[in-house]
Design a protein around this ligand. Structure first.
Ligand code: IPD
Ligand code: CA
Ligand code: CA
Length: 269
């Protein structure tokens, strides 16, 4: 089975697990302040990792919960078994499975699957991106006053959160149609790829949050960089994804506030 087909069937299997836990209830625990994990996250990651190992026993797996494969591996799978755990734990029906396959550090295939809505977003390097098998393109707006902007807050309640709020304020001052914080980064990226958002930014994400979604945006014709405009490293990083024409305008806002939280003193312990 090719990596793309495997990613697809693993996402669907994991999605069934998530649906079952969502319906029947899952035990919720805290990994850190405001950072939750449930039995659903763990079971779904075990399912995905098991399926990958069966087909490609030599490939590395980097998953949010249990798998810590090296980012330097030649063949690497980057997996978020449940993106949107906070929504899930609060019974909000907006979450996804996100799986990317990378060869020598470059995403080749990406799948984001929202099981409750039956929304499937897929991308293959050099071939395009699809929503429920129909080709997708980013929006063509050139002004911030024509778009919605998505964001997220990671699990910080200090300077990073303040910087995000300040950047949101500056976006509003450019007369954007509105801000959305839906709580699932992979779907936020899918929203840029399908043109629902003109831009999405967040000051800290991990590879499993964005690996598949980044490929979606790029293959749909958009642009993805860090919030200081450099190319994305495969590690914890800030992210700005746009339709392309809006990149410089949104970058000038998010970069300014990124600098402000990076230079802020760490909170007193
Ligand atoms: C989180 C979600 C959320 C984003 C956070 C992520 P998780 O992932 O994608 O939208 O704002 O930064 O950590 O913890 O639900 O997998
Ligand atoms: Ca996530
Ligand atoms: Ca997760």
């Amino acid at each position: 089975m090719k990596p793309f087909e495997l990613a697809l069937s693993a996402a669907k299997e994991a999605g069934m697990i998530l649906e079952r836990f969502f319906r029947d209830g899952a035990e919720v625990r805290s990994k850190g302040i405001s950072d939750l994990v449930t039995d659903a996250d763990i079971s779904a990651e075990r399912q995905i990792a098991g399926m990958i190992r069966q087909v490609y026993p030599d490939h590395a797996i980097l998953g949010e919960e249990e798998n810590s494969g090296s980012i330097d591996a030649e063949h690497l799978w980057v997996v978020d078994p449940l993106d949107g755990t906070t929504n899930f734990a609060h019974q909000i029906p907006h979450f996804a499975v996100s799986i990317a396959y990378l060869y020598r550090g470059q995403a080749q295939a990406g799948v984001v699957w929202n099981p409750l809505r039956g929304d499937l977003y897929t991308a293959r390097r050099g071939e395009g991106a699809w929503h429920n098998e129909k080709p997708i393109r980013v929006g063509s707006q050139t002004q911030m006053s024509e778009v919605l902007v998505g964001t997220g807050f990671y699990y910080d309640r200090g300077a990073m959160m303040e910087a995000t709020l300040a950047a949101i304020g500056d976006c509003f001052r450019q007369n954007i149609h509105g801000i959305r914080r839906f709580g699932t980064a992979s779907l936020d990226l899918a929203h840029v790829a399908t043109g629902l958002y003109g831009a999405y930014f967040e000051y800290q994400l991990s590879p499993w949050d964005y690996a598949a979604g980044q490929l979606l945006v790029e293959e749909a014709g958009g642009k993805v960089t860090t919030c200081n405009g450099s190319s994305m490293p495969l590690q914890k990083t800030s992210i700005l994804a746009t339709n392309g024409p809006l990149h410089p305008q949104v970058l000038s806002i998010v970069e300014r506030h990124l600098k402000s939280w990076q230079s802020a003193a760490p909170p007193a312990m």
